[in-house]
Every structure is written in structure tokens, then in C-alpha cells.
Design a protein around this ligand. Structure first.
Ligand code: ZN
Length: 91
């Protein structure tokens, strides 16, 4: 009996080789897409993570006056006072 029992209107069945070639092409396309998307995607994720952190109560806010170094920086509200990341690491 033939190996090709299925009905194939309009063309011969794909050989294993043809299928492998098609899969390789799809994989290559996906890889290219991923590479192109890496940077903007990473930025979008880090922005979303930052927003989530604020929403979750880790209230880092840009342009606040740090009470320790008295500079305007991205500070976190700690015990009612703004502290920048640098000063928080020192203490
Ligand atoms: Zn500071």
C-alpha cells in the first residue's frame, strides 16, 4: 500500500524535508522578531514594573526633595520623609 493514503487536493503532501524547512523559516522569523522587539519591549516592561511598584506602596516619586542629601531626586516616602535611593542604601 502507498504511504500516502490521505487525499491531497491541489498538491502533493509535504515531505518531511519540506516541513523541516518550513519550521526553520518560521523559527528564523520568530527569532528576528524577538531581536527587533528586545529594546522597546524591555523598556515597556520596566516602566510597567515601576508603575506597579508605586501602586503596590513602594512609593518612589521623581523630583522629591531628599531630607538627607537635600537634593531633588527620585525619593521614597519613609516615616513621613522623602529619602532618595542613595541615602536609603547608606542608612
Ligand atoms: Zn538623598
Amino acid at each position: 500500500m502507498s504511504a500516502y493514503l490521505h487525499h491531497h487536493p491541489g498538491g502533493a503532501p509535504l515531505s518531511a524535508e519540506t516541513q523541516a524547512q518550513r519550521d526553520n523559516d518560521i523559527r528564523a522569523a520568530h527569532t528576528a522578531q524577538r531581536t527587533l522587539a528586545t529594546d522597546p519591549k524591555a523598556r515597556a516592561i520596566s516602566t510597567a514594573a515601576h508603575d506597579l511598584a508605586i501602586a503596590a506602596g513602594d512609593r518612589t516619586t521623581r523630583g522629591q526633595l531628599c531630607w538627607l542629601c537635600e537634593q531633588r531626586r527620585a525619593c521614597t516616602r519613609i516615616a513621613g520623609r522623602w529619602e532618595c535611593a542613595d541615602c536609603r542604601h547608606i542608612t
